[in-house]
Design a binder for this molecule. Structure first.
Ligand code: PAF
Length: 259
């Protein structure tokens, strides 16, 4: 695997290269099996498989969240090598934001609900950095997990709206054997909190419970529910356990809608 320590290094190395078989998985590091499924697909679909690791400050509205973000670069590099990734790019802030955050991409509808309601500016940061990463890599396929379904939906809309010559590939959520969606944040849960977190997906899937009932139940167990809502034919949840914010969503079956 070639490690490009900056955008400049990547630009130099890729000059004149063939972008037509290039795939990208943008990440913020702290890689786990959830990323692994995107990366495996990227490696199998493309001759050149790129991964970026960049903890994007513009999408964190809470500075503590940014400073608590796990850093495990050496483990990540070993993991990416084991998956057969061809190129890892490690951009730097000044390269990605030459004019700081004065130029950006924003969306005014789907980004204002669910995770965008209380995290003002979050998706503005996500869309802006994803556009930069797609443009600078020229990747033809870019892989996103459906655990962050709202992000996947917004990025897909951006690519369509701006005629970007790339395809967004959405991958199913990877879960542990108890149904808990894999996330780098799970590492911050205590064993008791982990047990509780594992109950969340079962509740979300329960066709007989309304979103209000799920919210009440989770709050009783000690979660602090941010939202539990149905839209876009899916049921979404975001809830805190201590200071760890967990999200999940499931496709709504006909049964869910009838309940
Ligand atoms: O999902 C993430 O890890 C981030 O939002 C992304 C897509 C890498 C942009 O910073």
């Amino acid at each position: 695997m070639i490690i490009h320590e900056s955008v400049a290094e990547w630009m130099k190395a890729s000059e004149g290269g063939d972008a037509s078989a290039r795939g990208l998985v943008p990440t913020m590091g702290a890689l786990h099996e959830g990323h692994g499924s995107l990366i495996r697909q990227c490696v199998s679909d493309n001759t050149q498989s790129l991964v970026t690791i960049y903890v994007n400050p513009t999408q964190f509205e809470n500075p503590d969240d940014l400073s608590n973000y796990p850093d495990s670069l050496q483990d990540d590099i070993r993991y990416l090598e084991s998956l057969g990734v061809s190129d890892l790019i490690l951009p730097r802030y000044k390269e990605l934001y030459p004019f700081d955050f004065t130029l950006f991409v924003d969306e005014s509808l789907d980004s204002k609900v669910l995770c965008g309601k209380n995290r003002i500016g979050h998706f503005k940061g996500v869309l802006s950095v994803v556009m930069k990463l797609i443009n600078l890599t020229q990747a033809r396929r870019v892989y996103f997990g459906k655990k962050d379904f709202q992000q996947y939906r917004l990025v897909s809309k951006m690519v369509e709206a701006y005629f970007m010559p790339t395809r967004i590939v959405g991958m199913e959520t990877v879960r542990d054997e108890h149904g808990l969606a894999l996330s780098s944040r799970n590492r911050r849960l205590s064993p008791e909190q982990l047990n509780l977190a594992r109950q969340m997906n079962g509740l979300l899937r329960n066709m007989l419970l309304s979103t209000d009932e799920i919210t009440r139940q989770l709050n009783d167990w000690g979660f602090r529910v941010d939202y539990c809502e149905e839209r876009w034919d899916r049921r979404f949840i975001a809830a805190y356990l201590g200071d760890v914010r967990l999200i999940d969503n499931v496709e709504m079956t006909a049964d869910v809608r009838a309940s």
